[in-house]
Write a protein that binds this ligand. Sequence first.
Ligand code: FPP
Length: 249
Amino acid sequence: MQIRQKDERAHSSVPHHVAIIMDGNGRWATSRGFPRVMGHQKGAAAVRRTVEAAASRGIAILTLFAFSSENWKRPRTEVSALMQLFMRALDKETEHLRENGIRLHVLGDVSAFSDSLRQRIAQAEERTRDGHRMLLNIAANYGGRWDIVQAARAAAADIASGRLESHDLNEERFASYLAEKEDVDLLIRTGGEKRISNFLMWQTSYSEIYFSDTLWPDYSSQDLDLAIEFFRGRERRFGMTSAQVADPR
Ligand code: FPP
């Protein structure tokens, strides 16, 4: 990130890029005697609420962890229910996103998804591509280490073909090969666990991290406001001293 951008972000009261690890769907359901899938269905409604709240708060990028590279290990029925849910959400919500100026982008190794899901993703990205109010990244079959490795591979390919000189490969240039190049200002994890779980490993290097006990299906705009409030109270130093942050000249 450029120094000027860091200054702006150190003093900004609304986080530019918010990323959320949406955790607690299964516990929400089992504690009520429901199948886990019902927790994911309620979770999809919380996604809708949170997207609306984030856009109305002026957040520029919202990245949601919907399905990690490790989630394939879940019972087959749960994985296929999640895939159905993504398809339905894409069918149902794309128009709503477009009307509200929200651009959708899916981060992750989509090659593992079915043809019909991949097609729907491509269509939804295409139909929302002129949205300038907020970028909504859905991380699906995403892993932070996968992202760094695919970026390294792409950079190596460019070096091998002569499109990039190895001495020009610095942090900023490297970030441009990542699935999302923008640093995360505020990382939120719901559901009470305190782990990063191989989410945006590179992009969260300087993030403020907020852990919420709320289970994802219960997540509301008030919960998001609490996280933003926490962010406002943080002093973001990016390695500088407090005095430098207060007066960056
Ligand atoms: C974590 O809860 C949640 C997931 C792995 C899936 C997230 C999916 C959604 C919120 C559904 C819809 C998403 C979109 C983009 C439409 P968990 O199952 O790990 O909960 P637990 O820790 O209580 O078991």
